[in-house]
Design a protein around this ligand. Sequence first.
Ligand code: SF4
Length: 371
Amino acid sequence: MKYLTEFRDGEVARRIARDIRRVASGRWRIMEVCGGQTHSILRNGIDQLLPEGIELIHGPGCPVCVTPVEKIDRALAIASLPGVIFCSFGDMLRVPGSREDLLAVESRGADVRVVYSPLDAVELARRNPGRQVVFFAVGFETTAPADAMAVHLASREGLANFSMLVSHVLVPPALAAIMDSPASRVHAFLAAGHVCSVMGYWQYAPLAERYRVPIVVTGFEPLDVLDGIRRAVRQLEEGRAFVENAYARVVTREGNRHAQALLERVFEPTDRAWRGIGVIPASGWRLSPAYRDFDAEARFDVGAIEARESGVCRAGDVLRGIIKPSQCEAFGGACTPRTPLGATMVSSEGACAAYYHYGRLAGARSSGEDG
Ligand code: SF4
């Protein structure tokens, strides 16, 4: 427990906040990439400790939120097929597709199961040789190694009744897309520490250089986040832009080479649509040719999918930091965690859910849409 409490010390937090106040003279917008960091910021009131000129904006780092609606609709269609056991993390069950969610499909008799690991799905395939077991593989570079291991094991064991609906996304191309957008409001990024623990941070250096944007690798405890902000502000005030590792107890420049080798073997890069954002080139992974037999999209022909987004939900603008959740007209009215219109209100890492749960109801400390 000591390992956690030492990163949650209120007195140290106030000291770092004073440091930030002393250093900050400009108006800076810092985007935390990861939804876990967004929740840490709001849960601990970090946004309210900062000086007036520092605004935190929330990024696209919620894997459930960015899974494209077309993929959700495909998941619903596959889960509805007879003989299929469809496995997913719990967060995905209430994410709305074009018309309904996995819970609705389950209520009509589909066998939808919540698993805690893709290896649980492999075990289900072993125990149910007469059924087809499909795992919905969503997430960033953090969850991908376990998914790669599951496919690799299924392949080694010749489990012909296991497959994966893959919707993996990658952080660096998303950062580039955000910076390339004319609507970009970002002056600095807090990069997601757990993604970097797998991939390292060497691939962020060209981004920092190309866009002249500081990128600080940051953890998830309150003091981690505050320290990340302090380092980002320091770079901005000094007119510098480089990659800084503020999470050295977990992250190295090279990352986990074993995990990367497995990922390279099982996956290959592909263009990927991000929900509410659109297609970002080379921003996802799909199964490599050696493992294509385990691709659920190829195994199950569910016909053409005509995906349709909500005309009201502005999750795409939330995920790119263009508006704060509370600036969406539906926030807290038509859209609540009980009646979600978008994935960002459903997911445990979603920014809309964070604003709702932690009471940021009135666009607190937000300039939003001010260019
Ligand atoms: S509050 Fe609801 S409708 Fe608005 S952006 Fe968030 S999820 Fe979408």
